[in-house]
Design a protein around this ligand. Structure first.
Ligand code: ADP
Ligand code: MG
Length: 393
């Protein structure tokens, strides 16, 4: 990969216009250099509380991985450890095969975008973008040229001389993106970059970020708690749960073949139905036989996760379920029906509505479903058996 030593850097900077660091880098296409990132058994504790436990993640050069998980599971901590804002408590982090855990943040070659754009209000857009270059002592003409070029890439060149408060939230986040990229980082980190924006801008900007990341061929980690966002932008998604990675895979693999119940529940919508494993390892739900993604012994009490697109309701007076609600969601409708103890949702074209209170037959496409064992525990009076997670209502 291309690395610039101090002397080269000095020569380039001193020569001013002869060859810039960016031009020099340009001779080695970025996607041929290796800026893959590896977290190997990383732990991070605050006091005696460990918030990353044996965190392992390997990201290829030029790949965009989404870290997806509920609030508080350690996503930002993982990014901060990579950026060098936090010291790790154990393990190692490498970029391009070299350990960076002892390097100060500015030596790691990382650009970062946060949820809050945190632009300097008293600096013009151009100066905001050029700030990192100024810190690295790049000359004024050179940094202005590069800042403008990056502003062109994010479609904001015409705003170079205004102050950030003139811009919308989406535009300010584009400036933050330009600021993160102008120093030619090896790795781009985005920590919930779209969470403060309106839904429409969110979709637009996420597509722009993805396009730019692909054009630049830059290795990127995109943190979000929004599964739709993750499914839309990522090459691979790492599902995080309680300080560790539960599963990593391509979006469709996570959706179709979740490795754990947490992943099945967290990615996409599911109806959760309690049932018992049959002798042949399948389960029966609403009279249908469904294969399982995991092997569990016969008679195990389980929760299974059923995708709404695999469920079809047919209206019939002797149907086993009753329609409880329907939500129109634009391009599709979700209808939920109940029978004793079972609540199941179907996703279908908006035309085929069935009114509330009508009886329906349920048919479920026999796709393999994820199942989680329900741990039985004796209630205090030792007479009733409750499923785990049941609050005893
Ligand atoms: P996420 O980004 O997934 O929402 P964080 O990485 O911010 O989660 O936090 C993970 C856990 O670490 C949380 O329980 C949080 O309270 C804790 N935590 C984060 N930063 C600190 C800190 N500086 N000191 C103590 N605990 C922290
Ligand atoms: Mg966070």
């Amino acid at each position: 990969m291309f690395r610039m030593n101090r002397a080269m850097h000095k020569a380039i900077v001193q020569k001013g216009n002869v060859m810039t660091e960016e031009d020099a880098r340009g001779r080695t296409p970025q996607n041929e250099s290796d800026a893959g990132v590896v977290f190997a058994n990383v732990t991070k504790s605050y006091g005696d509380r460990e918030v990353l436990h044996s965190f392992n993640l390997s990201i290829g050069q030029g790949e965009m991985v989404c870290l997806l998980g509920p609030s508080g599971c350690g996503k930002s901590t993982a990014l901060r450890c990579l950026a060098g804002f936090e010291l790790i408590s154990g393990g190692d982090i490498t970029i391009g095969g070299r350990s960076i855990t002892r390097q100060p943040p500015r030596k790691r070659g990382i650009g970062m975008v946060f949820q809050h754009y945190s632009l300097f209000p008293t600096m013009t857009v151009r100066d905001n973008v050029a700030f990192g270059l100024k810190v690295s002592r790049v000359g004024k003409d050179e940094r202005n040229r590069r800042a403008l070029k990056m502003l062109e890439r994010v479609g904001l060149a015409e705003y170079a001389d205004v102050f950030p408060n003139r811009l919308s939230g989406g535009q300010q986040q584009r400036v933050a993106l330009a600021r993160a990229l102008v120093t030619n980082p090896r790795v781009l980190l985005l920590d919930e970059p779209l969470s403060a924006l309106d839904a429409k801008i969110r979709v637009q900007l996420r597509d722009e970020i993805r396009l730019l990341q692909q054009q630049l061929g830059i290795t990127a980690i995109f943190v979000t708690h929004d599964q739709e966002e993750a499914l839309a932008v990522a090459d691979r998604i790492a599902i995080m749960h309680d300080g560790a990675i539960e599963q990593i895979g391509r979006p469709q693999d996570l959706y179709e073949m979740p490795a754990t119940a947490f992943v099945a529940d967290f990615v996409g919508q599911s109806s959760v139905v309690e049932t018992v494993v049959a002798a042949d390892g399948t389960v029966r739900v609403c009279g249908q036989t469904l294969p399982l993604l995991v092997h569990l012994p016969a008679k195990t009490l389980v929760k299974v996760f059923i995708r709404p697109e695999n469920v079809v309701f047919t209206e019939s007076p002797d149907g086993e379920c009753t329609v409880e609600s329907a939500s129109y969601l634009g391009s599709f409708t979700r209808t939920t029906a109940v029978a004793d103890g079972v609540r199941i949702t179907s996703q279908h074209a908006p035309g085929n509505n069935i009114d509330k209170g009508r009886k329906v037959h349920v048919s479920i496409r026999p796709e393999p479903v994820m199942a989680e064992r329900i741990e039985l525990r004796w209630a205090q009076d030792a007479r009733t058996v409750k499923g785990d997670g049941d609050n005893g209502a």
